[in-house]
Design a protein around this ligand. Structure first.
Ligand SMILES: NC(=O)c1ccc[n+]([C@@H]2O[C@H](COP(=O)([O-])OP(=O)(O)OC[C@H]3O[C@@H](n4cnc5c(N)ncnc54)[C@H](O)[C@@H]3O)[C@@H](O)[C@H]2O)c1
Length: 284
């Protein structure tokens, strides 16, 4: 249980550890999910690395174990009720407890609304929203037994703002954010915290495969911190939200984007250059 009020030590940040906690990380075979599994294990937690790509899950779990962490792999397609049940069972069989669920599995679509195929639309809502609920509900009875239970989902700025040609992706991420907030309210009496990390553009294998070097350069210039995010920076935010350090944070959306979403006016009033160009010129 979290210490509260006068019982809460001043060095709670240092003491609020996930040592021994067991996490189910879904979508952990690549990118942010892989980094979440690695960070959780590196900080003393125990992880089930779950992904629909069994080979990736095995690789990540093996690498965590090789570096001294505790992890096991499970093939889990979040859109399958049987796989969800098996994944939850795997955590309990391996570690006897379930403290944290991190789910970043996603179905992405890059299509204009006018052209969107309704089958794809329904599949995306099934993976990104309905399956997120089914997964969380399957974890619920076990999370209730944890001294510090938490759920973290990955959202997207496309779920907050309109994002042309994102097909069902943006709308389904918007629904996921609202779903997480509703979970936070309904499960707060059980002390279960539910939050969302919204990543900015992450350097992942998919990103470097799908975007041209020029597009990546343009994106860097749109980000006030001047670079893309490392997957580990998203994982640090997710693991923080999952940890007792975030004991009073629930129903929140943490945007981890290097300032991208705040950069509506990159060129200050009365200046002929962007803030970044100005700073570069001044310092060189
Ligand atoms: N990469 C970015 O720049 C970015 C930006 C905004 C939001 N996000 C969000 O962050 C999350 C992680 O993104 P990423 O780029 O690290 O992802 P990624 O594509 O690198 O990895 C996603 C993983 O999920 C797995 N997966 C997909 N469908 C699944 C399913 N049905 N069941 C189980 N596993 C499944 C994939 O096999 C893959 O290993 C996603 O939810 C994404 O929408 C990413």
């Amino acid at each position: 249980m979290q210490p509260s009020g006068s019982e809460r030590p001043l060095d709670w940040m240092r003491r609020s550890t996930i040592e021994g906690f067991a996490a189910l990380v879904v979508g952990a075979g690549s990118g942010m999910g892989e980094a979440c599994a690695r960070v959780f294990a590196a900080n003393g937690g125990r992880v089930i690395v779950a992904d629909m790509n069994a080979e990736s899950a095995e690789r990540v779990a093996a690498e965590i174990c090789a570096s001294g962490g505790e992890a096991r792999a499970v093939r889990l397609d979040v859109s399958s009720a049987d796989d969800i049940e098996a994944g939850v069972r795997a955590v309990l069989d391996a570690y006897g407890r379930l403290d944290v669920l991190i789910n970043v599995a996603v179905k992405v679509a890059s299509v204009f609304l006018e052209d969107a195929d309704y089958d794809d639309w329904e599949k995306a809502f099934h993976v990104n929203v309905t399956s997120a609920l089914k997964l969380a509900r399957a974890c619920l009875p076990h999370l209730r037994q944890s001294p510090s239970p938490a759920i973290v989902f990955a959202g997207s700025l496309a779920g907050v703002n309109g994002y042309a040609r994102s097909g069902s992706y943006g709308p389904s991420k918007g629904a996921l954010i609202t779903l997480a907030r509703q979970m936070a309210l309904e499960w707060a009496p059980d002390n279960i915290r539910v939050n969302v990390v919204i990543p900015g553009t992450i350097i992942t294998p998919a990103m470097t495969r799908d975007l041209s070097a020029e597009a990546i350069e343009t994106r860097k210039q749109q980000i006030p911190l001047g670079r893309l995010s490392e997957p580990g920076e998203q994982a640090d935010a997710a693991v923080f939200l999952a940890s007792p350090a975030a004991s009073f944070i629930t129903g929140q959306v943490l945007v981890v984007d290097g300032g991208f979403s705040q950069a509506l006016y990159p060129q200050p009033m009365g200046m002929r250059e962007t803030m970044r160009d100005y700073a570069m010129r001044k310092h060189t």
